[in-house]
Design a protein around this ligand. Structure first.
Ligand SMILES: Cc1cc2nc3c(=O)[nH]c(=O)nc-3n(C[C@H](O)[C@H](O)[C@H](O)COP(=O)(O)O)c2cc1C
Length: 414
């Protein structure tokens, strides 16, 4: 991609906490545009077809509309920067290198929905990102745009930085809300959705860091500019976290809809040691795997969904022929078992049971009945928790059984 078209990873935006530097490259103009016509922001986000980059790809304008429509009073915008899933490393980069872009995005959300609380929720394991964001928020507090926002709201705007628990579950949106309220990161069932009842029961938006980082550009340059950055029907750009068995892993900002083939073989420079591509854990380790026949898939929300998978966060963990799928899946399911908050017995027990059986098979102690047990658990477990953790764990196991049953069978004792 032409660097001029990059929205999030522009060289000049790697300015850390220096607000003046951000403003000197067009920062603040998106927010100023939002303040000129606050009532038009949500329609613009809809025209830009901005989707949530935190996993579900949910249309951002649909999340915001009910909060904007709610009567004036306390409302929250939370930037979700927890990012603890294996293979995803985009939000910490944004928070550390271009925090003002993210904060400006959160302020635009506050203007559009008349929210008077903005919270930057940051993983404390990313200590540099946390320090940079704290400094960046302090700089914004002094800026004239904040007075303009307060004039529009008619009340003071509070801006705070809340360290997350650093746990994987702490990124789930209702756990985010519980943490911001000062509690443990325990998800709760939805509905009510955060837009109806979030922090302390008031309308709340929880958006992923990358989602918010796209906003200043959309407001500054316009929705059709943003749409034009994507390929085919897809809109905008996407940060892809590329890792695994590729020669050049890293964070790539590319047009939304770039093919998996291009990402792996051009940007990632192909497979390590010239090995064959086997599969990719798409959107992180909690989705359906894509395999060699999917290399042509455009990496956008709708196209990946048509292959029965999900773009998720845009994490792409590439696996070569030399790597055991069973071992990878066992590692990830162990992660989910450790990460379950324990409130829902089917999730806590189910993830541990999946992990136990996978570990047994991976270490050559599995029997045929273990495959049946795995398949049964994958049928039983989805939908049994308050949040999506157990669904993700079951999905990746089921998908690996579907595509790579021969690998499982080859590891059985008899
Ligand atoms: C177990 C679990 C962990 C999650 N962790 C994160 C996270 O670290 N960051 C994030 O943005 N979304 C995370 N999500 C998704 C959030 O619940 C929520 O959908 C997202 O923050 C919404 O932002 P978006 O609409 O901008 O995508 C997680 C979901 C689950 C089920």
């Amino acid at each position: 991609m032409n660097k001029a078209n990059q929205v999030l990873l522009k060289e000049e935006s790697r300015i850390g906490a220096d607000l003046a530097a951000w403003l000197s490259v067009g920062g603040g103009e998106g927010l100023a545009a939002a303040l000129r016509e606050p009532g038009a922001v949500i329609a613009q986000i809809e025209q830009a077809d901005l989707r949530g980059m935190g996993g579900a790809g949910f249309p951002t304008h649909r999340k915001w509309a009910p909060v904007a429509a709610a009567p004036d009073g306390d409302k929250y915008v939370i930037c979700n920067g927890n990012e603890d899933e294996p293979g995803t490393f985009k939000d910490r980069f944004l928070l550390e290198h271009t925090p003002h872009q993210v904060i400006e995005g959160a302020l635009i959300a506050a203007v559009a929905t008349r929210a008077n609380h903005v919270v930057l929720y940051v993983n404390p394991h990313e200590s540099r990102a946390l320090a940079v964001v704290r400094e960046a928020v302090d700089q914004w507090r002094q800026h004239e745009h904040i007075s303009a926002i307060e004039a529009w709201l008619g009340v003071p705007l509070s801006m705070s930085v809340v360290p997350s628990s650093g746990l994987y579950i702490g990124g789930e949106e209702t756990a985010v809300i519980a943490t911001v309220e000062g509690g443990f990161p325990f998800p709760r069932r939805k509905p009510p959705f955060p837009a109806q009842s979030g922090v302390h029961g008031v309308p709340t938006i929880v958006n992923n860091t990358e989602t918010l980082a796209h906003l200043p550009g959309i407001l500054r340059e316009g929705a059709s500019w943003y749409r034009g950055l994507g390929l085919g029907a897809a809109s905008g750009t996407k940060l892809y976290s590329l890792s695994g068995d590729v020669l050049r892993p890293g964070l790539y900002e590319l047009p939304m809809g770039t093919s998996l083939q291009e990402l792996v073989f051009e940007h990632g420079a192909g497979m390590l040691q010239g090995k064959e591509f086997k599969a990719v854990f798409t959107g992180g380790p909690s989705n359906t795997l894509l395999t060699r026949s999917d290399l042509d898939v455009p990496l956008d929300f709708d196209s990946v969904r048509q292959r029965q998978s999900r773009l998720g966060t845009g994490a792409m963990i590439v696996v070569s022929e030399g790597t055991s799928i069973v071992r990878k899946v066992a590692e990830y399911v162990n992660f989910f078992a450790q990460g379950s908050c324990g409130q829902c017995p089917p999730c806590k027990g189910g993830t541990f049971q999946l992990a136990r059986v996978l570990n047994r098979i991976d270490t050559g102690r599995g029997v045929r009945a273990d495959l049946v047990a795995l398949a049964n658990l994958c049928q039983l477990l989805p939908g049994s928790g308050r949040c999506g953790l157990i669904d993700g764990a079951a999905t990746v196991v089921q998908s690996s059984l579907h595509h790579f049953s021969h690998e499982y069978k080859a590891l059985l004792m008899g």
